[in-house]
Design a protein around this ligand. Sequence first.
Ligand SMILES: Nc1ccn([C@@H]2O[C@H](COP(=O)(O)O)[C@@H](O)[C@H]2O)c(=O)n1
Ligand code: CDI
Length: 160
Amino acid sequence: MIRIGQGFDVHQLVEGRKCIIGGIDIPYQKGLLGHSDADVLLHAISDAILGALGQGDIGKHFPDTDPAYLDADSVKLLEHVWEIAKSMGYRLGNIDSTIIAQKPKMAPYIPQMVELIARVLEADPSQVNVKATTTEKLGFTGRGEGVAAQSVVCLQKAAL
Ligand SMILES: Nc1ccn([C@@H]2O[C@H](COP(=O)(O)O)[C@@H](O)[C@H]2O)c(=O)n1
Ligand SMILES: C[C@@]1(CO)OP(=O)(O)OP(=O)(O)OC[C@H]1O
């Protein structure tokens, strides 16, 4: 059986925070604001997996009112989501994601993001695609006020 899920997330860019995207700490004068480390890409991917499983979203599994998730490492959150997927008998088919940001430049860091995501999802890097786009200076991403990410995931379950 094949299940498809999609995820979308946005975090504000502010001074005094780290810019962690796809599990990689990207050097930049601003960072992403959130209850956790605000890793917008891993949140979109986590939501896509939970969507494919019909298991709600990361806000349901990791409430932003719970101090346990304050400054949480989103790699750990994705690992937890992947444990749910495995417990339901799924493995990764493929994943495609887009980071929407005017700055910083993502391209140099994308290979490291792909390696990390593939490792967490126990997949080959060829099953994971990460892209980036600006919005040509339009909108909140174009003004550099925030970063958005979207992801589509295909999960496969072995037939019994
Ligand atoms: N934050 C970003 C945005 C884009 N890129 C790369 O630049 C290429 C051109 O982007 P356009 O928005 O003009 O299509 C694109 O192919 C991305 O690979 C980036 O590295 N970081
Ligand atoms: C990850 C959680 C939990 O720390 O907080 P944030 O970092 O604010 O991220 P968001 O994308 O709003 O989603 C879910 C939250 O519950």
